[in-house]
Design a protein around this ligand. Structure first.
Ligand SMILES: [Zn+2]
Length: 328
């Protein structure tokens, strides 16, 4: 590991997602000094995942020849509802079996360093605000569109975390009271209509009803395995069913964003996560719905833009969260 200047502080930041664990060493200047990934294998439950987090940290530190004493702390961004104060993952649709798991204290106990826990989308909002497309934008909302939908809110330059730390769950606001069931148990959430899972499910449902689409061939006849990525590929190639499925999701996204615009009057809404790859195919119809539905004054000022930092947003934000607290 390269020598760091005295003024430079380092944090080991992790992004604990339903699919992968991403670890990075981050400086207080926002420099990502090293990165490493491993699979979460979330289905194995909390104990196995926590052991995998420990192995990832141990492996990372030994591989890079980093001593714990060089670090200002460990900061974890996790997919789920986080109790900031107690350092708990209270529940997570993407981490089965995680209920009130005191992850912050478990990691702190093991490594004896300052440890922090933050929701992954809140972390991504902090990351984009400090180092990405949201720099200098003091009122912004970030949505991560992936398998699920997360949200993070910056108001007057500060992360808004709410009364118990769980603000920003825009993915679980109700868009259609008669809609499909969501992974959270509610009906018709934004996530149940717009996430990658929802897009794939809608394409599979329509093809299952006998509609024709090039997706049948793309999926090698295994319709149930169609992914949101394949729907995007088919739409780009001119497949009309795939285009309609994405347009429908984009319309629901626009409804969700119009609500966000009316509530927060943000200067910017940042769209991150795997589905941000859909770009204007998704964002243009959503922008149009926002202009049609949100109050004019708010709709005129808001920019709806793709995220800039990719996978790094969560770890950068987790590091910012740590630097803002007691790291010194
Ligand atoms: Zn939900």
């Amino acid at each position: 590991m390269q020598e760091t200047k005295k003024s430079e502080l380092l944090v080991l930041a992790m992004d604990l997602g339903g699919t992968k664990i991403f670890a990075a060493i981050i400086s207080n200047k926002g420099q990502v000094m090293a990165r490493e990934y491993c699979l979460t294998l979330a289905d194995e439950g909390p104990e196995a995942v926590i052991n995998r987090i420990f192995s990832a940290i141990d492996h990372f530190l030994s591989q890079r020849n980093i001593n714990l004493s060089q670090l200002g702390g460990i900061s974890i961004a996790a997919a789920g509802a986080i109790d900031f104060e107690k350092g708990l993952i209270t529940s997570s649709p993407h981490l089965p079996g995680w209920h009130d798991v005191p992850l912050r204290d478990i990691v702190k106990e093991k490594y004896k360093v300052n440890t922090f826990l933050i929701n992954d989308a809140s972390a991504a909002a902090l990351g984009e605000y400090h180092f990405g497309v949201g720099q200098g934008v003091n009122n912004l909302v970030l949505l991560t569109l992936g398998t699920g939908i997360g949200g993070g809110i910056i108001i007057n330059g500060r992360l808004y975390s709410g009364a118990s730390g769980s603000a920003g769950e825009i993915g679980h606001t109700t868009i259609d009271v008669n809609g499909p069931r969501c992974s959270c148990g509610n009906i018709g959430c934004l996530e149940a209509l717009v996430s990658g899972t929802a897009i794939a499910r809608e394409a599979i449902r329509r093809i299952g009803q006998g509609e024709r689409s090039s997706l049948t061939k793309i999926a090698g006849g295994k319709i149930e395995d169609i992914t949101a990525e394949e729907v995007l590929t088919a739409a780009r190639a001119g497949d009309s069913l795939a285009s309609e499925v994405i347009l429908k999701a984009a319309t629901y996204l626009g409804v969700g964003l119009a609500n966000v615009v009316n509530i927060f009057n943000p200067e910017m809404i940042i769209i991150g996560g795997g589905m941000a790859k859909m770009g204007d195919l998704l964002l243009n119809p959503a922008r149009q719905v926002v202009r049609g539905r949100a109050f004019q004054l708010s709709a005129q000022v808001v920019q709806i833009v793709p995220a800039q930092l990719g996978d790094d947003a969560g770890v950068l934000g987790a590091a910012v969260f740590a630097f803002q607290q007691e790291v010194d």
